[in-house]
Design a protein around this ligand. Structure first.
Ligand code: C2E
Ligand code: MG
Ligand code: MG
Length: 754
């Protein structure tokens, strides 16, 4: 699974979780909405029925007042309508009601008017009365009983009942009684309303507050219910519409952060309304509590479900993150691994040439591992990661691919700049050496390919990596320069590769592969102990081609086995020739590739060659590469033993350049170890590293002595090199200091029977 699909999976889970959560929340909202509706319905029904009761009470009061007036009116009908009779009737009815004034207006506009305090005034003109009173009096003259709108007298709100007084069938006057609105206040003041949690007001259809409850929600003195904007505009509109149509209406308003339910119920008198407010929260009805509890429970359950989902999601998310870490990160340093690096750099390399790819390696890392311990080595790797991370810029990447191999993708394309940056990193890393052991200097080497240098080829990460490894290889064997750029001359080697592959078979047939010999000097005697056979390709036309240019290709395409066998045959033939000449044959070494070594009939072929040329096996040393030791050691040892039975000596070549360990070397039944040139190069390159390097070498030499394995040091180029390896107790030296590889003729002349 690649990171993209992993991320897609996380995204999918996130979307599902979000959808499920949204679904649950929506369900919760719907449930809450329904619960709220049910609650509201329950509450409003409750309010409705209570308000209805008060309405009935008010109407009952008014009916009683009318009845009193009607009785008095019929009494007046049959009396002579004298003042005394009127006063008597008034006093009688006053005992049973709250009339403040009473009066009679004959249809002629003047008549008696009586006040409660028995001040009897006669001949009061109707015009002297309030407009509201006049209005109902005139209605009564027309035979219609009524209640006036509310008016104010000396700061007291009043209204007036008026009933017609008949003489025969004709209304002849109007009997009126004025009442203070206080009469209603008593009814509205009842504390039992809405179980003590509600307030009643009487309002006009224009919203004017006519009678206000004493204990009320809104403490300010308001003229109308719309004052101060406690109602939302849309609620006000709703109320106004309902009242214009004389209908009931439910609404709500907010006062000091609390929302109150409101019910408006018409009384059917003068457009008056009961305005019923309730502090809904306080209503302790079973329904309300049930509803509230249900809502709380629903919310709690929803919350728990969300918590569980969030937890589960967290687990999956973490799991996927861990998976990504395992697949894409190097567990030791936390840097990206190669898979992730390729994933990151592919789009860059495929879309632009403005990049440079570098590979960074530590010299002799395996010895740091073995001698200083893997903990120190691990710490060093982590430190390198830190240095790289600190030197990387936006859009640049780095990774640790394996062991001590780091790759970097930089955005610089100028050599100087790249070199400057890499050298800075190398310097910073080298400083760490002092922390491990004061005297040890970490050395790095680096291969670089610049995108613009390879712009004429198809952009491909694999190609870029091949180039950079190639440059790294060159850097490894150079040591003079720690940073190598893949350039056109290296590029030429690819052209060469084509040539090599297309000409190799013909070349072998034409005997273009020549055996050169390089002596291994016995450090004890200073004489030639043996010689290594090194192949040279000398085409009929053109320059000599060196093994470094074709052996790697042959190793890849399998031709190496043919060449190696050919070389073994050359070695046998040469020894035979020396024997036949009567000279003392010089023992020869010959390089064996892994391919040949593992061929099924390898041993038989080798045996066949010894027999064909009649040479003793102990004159021939087979140099195998330490890379072979990466495989199954038992299997390798078995093969080694069989070769040794034939008499061959076995040498481990290039020891120290690869990844085999001291342990592996010790467990192999070899006769000789050849120290890679790198050992000496390190010694001559950096003084500071000198002591440490000496320690490493002497430890190895010490071990080989115990194991009775002879040692050959490659790359002896100077007198100092020789002095040093002698001091260390090495057995043989091989290198340009003694002789370059030379043709057989030259070798025979110089070294045979000297
Ligand atoms: P090698 O077996 O480690 O051979 C030693 C290489 O070091 C030779 O390079 C030799 O010329 C070079 N050398 C010797 N002394 C010095 C020195 O003092 N300084 C420096 N700088 N170099 C020195 P050459 O001949 O180019 O061979 C390179 C490699 O190619 C060999 O490394 C070996 O691995 C491979 N090779 C050569 N001939 C054969 C062969 O016939 N079969 C196989 N399979 N590999 C071969
Ligand atoms: Mg060799
Ligand atoms: Mg070698």
């Amino acid at each position: 699974m690649d990171e993209r699909s992993l991320r897609r999976r996380i995204r999918r889970i996130t979307v599902i979780v979000a959808l499920v959560s949204a679904g649950i929340l929506a369900a919760g909202a719907v449930a809450s909405y329904y619960l709220r509706n049910i609650l509201e319905t329950a509450l409003t029904e409750h309010m409705e029925s209570e308000a209805e009761q008060y309405k009935i009470n008010i109407q009952r009061q008014m009916d009683a007042d009318f009845q009193t007036l009607d009785t008095l009116a019929s009494f007046l009908q049959y009396s002579k309508m004298s003042t005394d009779a009127f006063v008597q009737g008034f006093l009688l009815s006053k005992e049973n009601n709250e009339f403040e004034h009473m009066g009679f207006f004959g249809k002629g506009n003047t008549d008696i008017n009586v006040t409660i305090d028995s001040d009897i005034m006669k001949d009061v003109s109707l015009d002297m009365m309030n407009d509201e009173v006049q209005e109902v009096v005139r209605q009564a003259w027309e035979g219609q009983s009524g209640v006036s709108r509310i008016y104010e007298v000396d700061g007291v709100d009043m209204f007036t009942y008026a009933v017609p007084v008949y003489r025969g069938e004709e209304p002849v006057g109007a009997l009126i009684a004025a009442v203070g609105t206080g009469a209603f206040e008593k009814v509205l003041q009842d504390h039992s309303i809405l179980e003590g949690e509600g307030y009643l007001h009487m309002i006009s259809d224009s919203g004017k507050l006519l009678v206000r409850a004493k204990d009320r929600v809104v403490r300010e003195e308001l003229e109308t219910i719309y004052d101060n904007g406690y109602f939302m505009p849309e609620e006000q509109e709703k109320i106004e519409e309902a009242m214009a149509a004389g209908e009931t209406c439910f609404s709500e308003f907010t006062y000091e952060g609390v929302t109150y339910q409101v019910f408006l119920d018409p009384i059917n008198v003068n457009g008056w309304y009961l305005f019923c407010v309730q502090t809904a929260q306080g209503v302790s009805s079973t329904i309300y509590h049930l509803m509230t509890n249900t809502r709380i429970m629903t919310m709690v359950v929803l919350f728990l479900i969300l918590v569980v989902i969030a937890y589960g999601y967290g687990l999956i998310y973490q799991g996927n993150k861990r998976l990504i870490r395992t697949i894409y990160y190097d567990p030791l340093t936390g840097a990206y691994n190669m898979v992730r690096f390729e994933y990151n750099v592919t789009p860059v390399i495929q879309s632009t040439y403005n990049y440079s790819l570098a590979a960074l390696n530590i010299r002799q890392f395996k010895f740091i591992n073995e001698i200083f311990g893997s903990r120190t080595a691990d710490m060093l790797l982590c430190y390198i990661k830190k240095v790289l991370a600190a030197n990387i810029r936006e859009g640049e990447y780095y990774c640790r691919s394996s062991e001590d191999m780091f790759y970097l993708l930089l955005r610089d394309t100028e050599r100087d700049k790249i070199r400057e940056r890499l050298e800075k990193m190398i310097r910073e890393i080298s400083r760490y050496g002092f922390d491990i052991r004061r005297d040890y200097q970490i050395m790095l080497y680096c291969g670089v390919v610049i995108g613009t240098d390879v712009r004429d080829e198809d952009p491909s990460v694999q190609k870029a990596l091949t180039h950079v490894r190639f440059a790294l290889d060159t850097a490894r064997s150079s040591l003079k320069k720690s940073i190598w750029f893949y350039d056109t001359s290296l590029h030429k080697s690819e052209i060469l590769e084509n040539y090599v592959e297309s000409h190799m078979n013909q070349a072998l047939e034409n005997q273009e592969f020549k055996m050169y010999l390089q002596p291994k000097i016995d450090l004890g005697t200073g004489r030639v102990g043996s010689a290594e056979a090194l192949v040279r390709w000398i085409p009929e036309e053109g320059d000599m081609i060196y093994p470094g240019q074709f052996i790697p290709i042959f190793e890849k395409n399998g031709f190496c086995s043919n060449l190696d066998l050919y070389m073994v045959e050359q070695v046998c033939r040469q020894i035979r020739a020396w024997i036949d000449e009567g000279t003392t044959p010089v023992p020869l070494s010959v390089n064996q590739s892994k391919l040949l070594f593992y061929e099924v009939d390898y041993i038989d072929k080798m045996k066949g060659l010894l027999e064909k040329y009649q040479v003793p096996g102990n004159l021939i040393t087979l140099e195998i590469l330490e890379g072979l030791a990466m495989g199954n050691i038992d299997e390798l040892n078995e093969k080694i033993l069989r070769l040794k039975e034939l008499g061959f000596r076995i040498s481990m070549d290039d020891f120290g350049s690869g990844y085999s360990s001291l342990n592996t070397m010790a467990s192999l039944k070899i006769d000789e170890v050849k120290f890679d040139r790198e050992f000496l190069l390190r010694l001559q390159e950096r003084g500071m590293d000198y002591d440490r390097q000496v320690v490493i070498m002497s430890e190895i030499v010490e071990l080989t002595k115990k194991l009775k394995i002879s040692t050959v040091v490659e790359g002896v180029e100077t007198q100092e090199n020789e002095d040093l390896i002698k001091k260390l107790g090495c057995g043989y030296g091989q290198g340009y200091y003694y002789s370059r590889p030379v043709s057989v003729e030259e070798f025979s002349e110089k070294y045979v029977d000297q």
